[in-house]
Design a protein around this ligand. Structure first.
Ligand code: HEM
Length: 538
């Protein structure tokens, strides 16, 4: 976390020691041969054809031809920064994690992102924002891969390809680029009504943050903590911004999308360069680890539910300060690879079925995105803890591993490396009891309540916030081509709150459905099978 400054010429100080400055006196080839000229290809005479033997020309163009890697399948557009996390020591009773000890400083890299747009899309669109933090702790890397909203669209990761297919641009015309204002999005969230709570957050001012510096962050899932004595607790993670939570108005977001599509990325960079270091407090909501895994009747394994802070206050456990902008966007922000399974001793997963699927998905996608299994060796992904992993070879292997026995036990390398056993710094797989139960593709009954927390959210809003929510639903649904989808979403709103439903229906010029009317069916009606094939004019 070295603070850095810019000289008037734009050259930076505070660049990490392993950065390749490329500012030496001599231009060279990739092999280090000095070059006399890089502006003219080697030709048979000034007007002649270019010679195949021009190695510099081919090396320069071939490398350029391969500069792009696939963008992330979601969260493609992001901005990152380095910083420092300092533990308060207040969490020691509930977790053995060393980075939370009082006064302990840990380097971090944070990447903020939109979810749906491509790498070149605008910052200020209505969308969820990613808030992913890599803590380089001395007990191994901890990735807290969260969002700026505390709930998620779906309860089971098996639906993730479906919600993303629905929320990304239409497959035929590739629009809209990054907004939720389209038929497939509303088709999905009105059929999978568990999405209604997250959708309400999206339609609120939280969907258009003013700055990354003014966003809250949430781990969303419930995690299991374990302390030095082996006692466990359940917890939800929260980031609280020092500057408070602020949003853009819809008009500001629209104007900025045209005037400065890089608004959030610029804001983050400029603030850090100016020394106005963004800050957050990390906080835990802690719950007893009971066999039911509920708190105040709320199922802690359901990622579409929050636990209101009135019932379980957020207790501060440490402070994050972002102090350094990336030296190279591609090397750091683009190549950083987060994973919800990167956990330090003291923090473990729960059976939340959304979290369980994420444990599989991130490394799988990164194998393609970052070209093979060795991306943990990329500088931004390197743990700051010592690594002795017995993983060998593979594409882009940078380590020259010494020793002959990458297996355990062995008698050739002195037995090294040894498992840590009961070492206090070793990761703890909490020995929770796994139920004896039949295999099923089913949710617990508690996952069936899809509307009460959306209602709670709506009812907690001030009049002006409600007005913004009504306008957002009206605008976004107004962009749908299919009347049947608008009507189905109105029936969902009726199940949430009659006033909200009536105001949106009026804005859309549609009749208000009965508040007690039938809830949407999860089986599509014949008319809906037309989606994507026919575009009725309504
Ligand atoms: C990327 C958050 C659910 C798959 C991301 C990123 C964040 C995030 C912040 C961007 C990381 C970065 O900046 O590099 C969340 C949250 C979720 C959630 C908070 C729910 C609570 C899921 C689920 C899946 C999934 C259920 C799949 C089953 C992915 C993939 C990426 C990604 C494939 C791209 C990763 C990469 O290319 O490195 N997610 N996500 N996410 N997420 Fe999630």
């Amino acid at each position: 976390g070295t603070p850095q400054t810019r000289t008037p010429t734009g050259a930076r100080t505070g660049v990490p020691a392993d950065a390749h400055a490329q500012q030496g006196a001599h231009l060279t080839t990739a092999q280090g041969a000095r070059l006399r000229d890089t502006d003219h290809s080697l030709k048979a005479g000034p007007r002649g054809p270019v010679l195949l033997q021009d190695h510099h020309l081919r090396e320069k163009i071939t490398h350029f031809d391969h500069e792009r890697i696939p963008e992330r399948v979601v969260h493609a557009r992001g901005a990152g920064a380095h910083g420092v996390f300092t533990g308060y020591g207040t969490a020691e009773a509930v977790t053995r994690a060393g980075f939370l000890r009082k006064g302990r400083e840990t380097e971090v890299f944070v990447r903020f992102s939109t979810v749906l747009g491509s790498r070149g899309s605008a910052d200020t669109v209505r969308d969820t924002r990613g808030f992913a933090t890599k803590f380089y702790t001395d007990e191994g890397t901890f990735d807290l891969v969260g969002n700026n909203m505390p709930v998620f669209f779906i309860q089971d990761a098996i639906k993730f390809p479906d919600i993303i297919h629905a929320a990304k641009p239409h497959p035929d015309r590739e629009i809209p680029q990054a907004q939720s204002a389209h038929d497939t999005f509303w088709d999905f969230v009105s059929l999978h009504t568990e999405a209604q709570h997250h959708t309400m957050w999206n339609m609120s001012d939280r969907g258009i943050p003013r700055s990354y510096r003014t966003m809250e962050g949430f781990g969303v899932h419930t995690f299991r903590l374990v302390n030095a004595a082996g006692e466990t607790a359940l917890a939800k993670f929260h980031w609280k911004p020092k500057l408070g939570v602020h949003s853009l108005t819809w008009e500001e977001a629209q104007l900025l999308g045209g005037i400065d599509p890089d608004f959030h990325r610029r804001d983050l960079y400029d603030a850090i360069e100016a020394g106005a270091y963004p800050e957050w407090e990390l906080g835990f909501q802690v719950f007893p680890d009971t066999p039911e895994e509920t708190f105040a009747g709320i199922d802690l394994l359901d990622p579409t539910k929050i636990v209101p802070e009135e019932l379980a206050p957020v207790q501060a456990v440490g402070r994050l300060v972002l102090t350094r902008t990336p030296t190279n966007f591609f090397a750091e922000t683009e190549q950083v690879a987060f994973h919800v399974g990167h956990l330090p001793p003291g923090i473990d997963v729960t059976n939340d079925p959304l979290l369980q699927g994420r444990l599989f998905s991130y490394v799988d996608t990164q194998l393609t995105r970052l070209g093979g299994p060795n991306f943990a060796q990329i500088p931004v992904n390197r743990p700051h803890a010592a690594v002795n992993d017995m993983l060998r070879d593979g594409f882009h292997q940078h380590a020259v591993h010494a020793g002959v026995a990458p297996y355990r036990p062995n008698s050739l390398d002195g037995g090294n490396p040894f498992p840590a056993g009961d070492d206090e710094h070793a990761f703890v797989d909490v020995p929770v009891t796994v139920a004896q139960a039949p295999k099923v593709r089913a949710n617990p009954a508690s996952f069936d309540d899809h509307f009460s927390q959306a209602r709670l959210f709506w009812q907690s809003m001030s009049p002006v916030e409600r007005e913004h929510i009504v306008r957002a639903y009206t605008f976004e649904l107004g962009k749908c081509y299919h009347q049947a989808i608008r009507e189905r979403q109105l029936r969902c709103l009726a199940a949430i709150d009659p006033v909200l439903c009536a105001e949106v229906a009026t804005g859309l010029g549609l009749p208000v459905p009965e508040p007690t009317g039938p809830l949407p069916e999860v089986t599509p009606s014949p008319a809906l099978s037309q989606v994507g094939r026919e575009w009725p004019a309504d």
